[in-house]
Design a protein around this ligand. Structure first.
Ligand code: NDP
Length: 296
């Protein structure tokens, strides 16, 4: 068997088109504020991409750059201003923050209705208790791809490997909400290969290159590889790297029914879902039902 590829790049492009069409039909322009502290080059690239894609979908992008030595009080004061600003519907604070700042305090200061990363304790609670929530972007992207690929998820056995607050746990909550039977695996789980083989949906969010082996995958399972791991690639030139996922892809395609590649799978979905969440936040702030196919 050779697995069907789930093309996250194409899927993300489709989401951006859907978001742009919805934005076009609104009387209000959704606004996304991105806060960047310091000059970390990787964070600067992420923030630039977010701003570019926000503008391309017709939304307004507000960028706030603060120096590395900004105080927690100054950052909290900015969050307060953005919470009160009617033109801002979504607020994202680029992580990680410098050590003088308590990230949890800053994240939880964001208005729950503008928390487009879905990281506040209120949004986590809303997700797990089944209330409308803003859902973390990466697991939301995984869910949208699974819904599109499988149609309905009800009754399927799902195994999520990884229990982080930003991927594993919200992914499991979303799958439970879709009526899957969900098992969360982590570093203390016994006989992980056997557990993985029982999965009809397998989500790998481990942070270990090519960790999930081909023979851990049940025949025909749908595999979502969240991992982004950089490995040295001297064959591409000195200092070059290549990106691999948490699943041994070349083995996995012989067992899975469908699989997301890395790169080009889950990765492109994360920013697309940030845009979808900003649209959702704007709609809800204005008493409009957000598009059902773009929400968790
Ligand atoms: P974390 O490091 O926060 O969590 C990793 C999880 O994997 C932990 O729950 C850990 O278990 C579990 N784990 C580690 N080793 C093992 C093992 N040997 N057996 C079973 N479970 C194990 O990572 P994240 O959730 O933040 O990220 C996971 C991956 O997803 C990374 O590769 C990251 O780069 C990628 N990622 C990709 C994104 C995207 O946009 N595509 C966005 C976010 C992340 P325990 O809790 O017991 O320690």
């Amino acid at each position: 068997m050779s697995a069907r590829l789930i093309d996250g790049k194409a899927f993300a492009a489709g989401i951006r088109v859907r978001v742009a069409e919805s934005v076009d039909s609104l009387a209000i322009r959704p606004g996304l504020a991105v806060v960047l502290v310091g000059t970390d080059p990787a964070s600067q690239v992420y923030v630039r991409n977010k701003a570019k894609q926000t503008a391309e979908t017709g939304m307004v992008s507000f960028k706030h750059e603060l120096p590395e030595d900004v105080s927690e009080a100054e950052l909290l004061a900015l969050i307060d201003r953005l919470n009160a600003d009617p033109e801002v519907h979504g607020i994202l604070v680029q992580l990680p923050l410098p050590s003088q700042i308590d990230s949890g305090k800053v994240i939880n200061a964001i208005d729950v209705a503008k928390d487009v990363d879905g990281f506040t304790i209120q949004n986590v609670g809303r997700l797990t208790t089944g209330l409308p929530a803003l859902v973390p972007c990466t697991p939301l992207g995984c869910l949208l791809m699974l819904r599109h690929h499988l149609g309905h998820l009800s009754g399927l056995n799902a195994v999520v490997v990884g229990r982080s607050n930003i991927v594993g746990k919200p992914m499991a909550s979303l799958l439970l909400r879709e009526h899957c039977t969900v098992t969360i695996a982590h570093s203390r789980t016994g006989d992980l290969p056997a557990l993985c083989r029982s999965a009809e949906i397998l989500v790998a969010a481990v942070g270990r290159p090519e960790f999930v082996q081909g023979d851990w995958i049940g025949e025909g399972a749908t595999v979502i590889d969240v991992g982004i791991n950089r490995l040295p690639a001297p064959e591409r030139g000195e200092g070059k790297t290549r990106i691999v996922g948490d699943v041994a892809f070349s083995q996995a395609v012989g067992h899975a029914g469908a699989i997301t590649p890395v790169p080009g799978g889950v990765g492109p979905m994360t920013i697309a879902c940030l845009l979808a969440n900003t649209l959702t936040a704007c709609c809800r702030a204005n008493g409009i039902e957000p598009p059902a196919d773009l929400t968790g």
